[in-house]
Design a protein around this ligand. Sequence first.
Ligand code: GLA
Length: 378
Amino acid sequence: MSTHQPRPPSGFAQIFGEPATTWASAPGRVNLIGEHTDYNDGLVLPTAIPQRTTVELCPAKDGRVTVYSDELSEPGTTLSYLLGEESPTGDWLDYVRGVTWVLRQSGLGARLSGLRLRIQSQVPVGSGLSSSAALLVSLLRALRIALALPLSDVELARLARKAEVELVGAPVGLMDQLACSLCGPGAALFLDTRSLAMRTVPLPAALELVVIHSGVVHSHVAGDYRTRRRECEQAAERLSVRSLRELDESVLPNLDALPAPLGRRVRHVVTENARVEAAVASLAAGDGVRLGELFRQSHASMRDDYEVSVPAVDLLVSLGDADPDILGARLTGGGFGGSVVMLAKAGCGLVAARRIASAYEAQSGHCPTVLVPGLPGC
Ligand code: GLA
């Protein structure tokens, strides 16, 4: 897929006293359907959003990585650490530490002698739209250029995930890093996380996507995501399968034999994989009504069986479902807050999103953001 690159940013020299030599960017992603399936070897269907993270850098010789984030740094201050001393401290700098750590681990960091970095991100943190993967992938892309690293886009995504899992400590699957590394606008990536078979699925011009951030932020370093992962592993062990992907819908009548809540967790994963396949077929047929129905079923499954929604997100989804121009709405991403993706009739997305966001704000007291206002054909 194509990688849309915006114009290079400026202002680096004001922060570091010398110009950037390299820059790169990566988009956030929205997952259309296929949630909490990636770490169960399952199916996912993400696409890129217009919001991107951009990294500029210049090499240094002092053995330090010195970082400025337009969004997260105190104005006029930088944070830094010594290369080789990448122990996590639980703050956003861990994502940068993760990248230099993973390059050294994999033998690709030998030529790193220090870095100055500036990060600018349009992807809101904790929005379920992969701000962390966009940062990891954009930084790895910039370093791939600066150090002439022989890395494919898939290898780069794998390194990004290793950094997030092993150094940052968030036990995520591979969807986000692959989506940020491979997705472009106008098409979704139908990805089988077991075989890594993938193909692009064009999004019909008669449909639009709308993404609204609920204003409730989440973190996957926190316990709930980890708990869901562990529950899936426990269920797979009890059912004597390597992963829940080995199961199909014929297992559903037997799930009561599992101790609660494992049966419900399995039901979500098994039915969600089937919904991804059905969604791909609906997109190919241009059947927005069916796709909308699948969005609704997916949300109900995440809310009731997987229990990763929160009341504010359920309210936003129900306002979307009740809107005449919305065909279906669902929580996207890891959950426990974050964003809702809605399928709109072409040409109606922006007005519907504004209507829904303002009703949501009035009823919930949270401050929503319309992030993808009717992305055409996407
Ligand atoms: C987060 C993780 C992904 C995936 C989703 C849920 O975004 O980073 O790996 O598990 O949650 O689908």
